[in-house]
Design a protein around this ligand. Structure first.
Ligand code: SF4
Ligand code: SF4
Length: 282
């Protein structure tokens, strides 16, 4: 037996309750065969699948991911969530490509509840393709540690990526489904990840009004009365809310792109110098 034939990929499918799961069920009842190592997870709608689910699966060693939903325009919800699913998957495929992972490891397909044979065919074809491709990372020539680091870096940026691409992620291109294949370009993704902003509170300007800390959605701002505020860069999801919220008379928050963020002010040195007092001393 060759080394390739011995490789059993870890494959995960997240499929919608109403159509694709019905197709998988019919596939089983009809005794159509597909590889037993494809693990299926049922969700109510393909739009429920988040970018984080996909990257978490790859970070945990999945060799391939499959998203299955109802045919476009057959979604059981008025939201037509499968349009959002296809946009999200196309974005993830570009991100995978950006970090050096073969984007063909992520696939989205539509299967109705009456298409048991179609479900089996897709699973068999996808499994054969992944088996031929080989294990995640190894096939791409990326070692395990490097692969994990790259996936973690993108995972950390998912909230920022979702915000930056929110318009495209919400698009419903109903008259031209093929347009999804070119919705995101490699250059666009390279630029997006090159220009990731960081936010920094200028200790000389911060007046500890606490507005930013109250508005931060992830509690990434270290805040105390009378103390210069500090952004915890590890927690920050780069949403820019604090930048918008800091009152113009203070303008204490800087948006930094392409250069390192200054180190935080040490804990014992955060007492605010009130602007009025500063003037008196001068
Ligand atoms: S950019 Fe967003 S997440 Fe980061 S500190 Fe500001 S409000 Fe919080
Ligand atoms: S909103 Fe501006 S001035 Fe107020 S605490 Fe935050 S950074 Fe400081």
């Amino acid at each position: 037996m060759s080394a390739e034939a011995k490789f059993t990929p870890k494959m995960i499918g997240i499929i919608c309750n109403w159509c694709c799961y019905g197709g998988a069920d019919l596939c089983g009842v009809s005794r159509f065969q597909y590889p037993p190592y494809i693990r299926l997870i049922r969700v109510m709608c393909s739009a429920r699948v988040d970018m984080k689910h996909i990257f978490r699966a790859f970070a945990n060693g999945a060799d391939a991911m499959f998203v299955g939903g109802c045919h476009l325009d057959d979604c059981h919800y008025i939201t037509h969530g499968n349009y959002e699913a296809i946009s999200m998957v196309q974005l993830c495929r570009k991100l995978l490509e950006h970090v050096g992972i073969n984007p063909k490891r992520l696939r989205i397909e539509w299967v109705s509840a009456g298409e048991g044979i179609r479900f089996a065919n897709i699973m068999n074809e996808f499994a054969a393709e992944i088996q031929k491709m080989g294990p995640l990372g190894k096939a791409e020539g990326i070692n395990e540690i490097e692969l994990k680091t790259r996936i973690e870096e993108v995972t950390k940026l998912i909230p920022y990526i979702k915000l930056a691409k929110q318009d495209k992620l919400a698009l419903h291109i109903r008259d031209n489904h093929d347009a999804y294949n070119e919705l995101y370009t490699s250059d666009e993704i390279d630029e997006l990840l090159r220009e990731v902003p960081s936010y920094y509170i200028d200790p000389e300007k911060c007046q500890a009004c606490m507005t930013c800390a109250r508005r931060c959605p992830v509690e990434a701002i270290i805040s105390a009365k009378g103390q210069v505020h500090v952004i915890d860069q590890e927690k920050c999801i780069k949403c820019g809310t604090c930048f918008e919220a800091c009152p113009p008379r203070f303008s204490s928050i800087r948006k930094i792109v392409g250069e390192p963020v200054p180190p935080p002010v040490p804990e014992g040195e955060r007492a605010v110098v009130r602007k009025s007092k500063e003037k008196e001393v001068g």
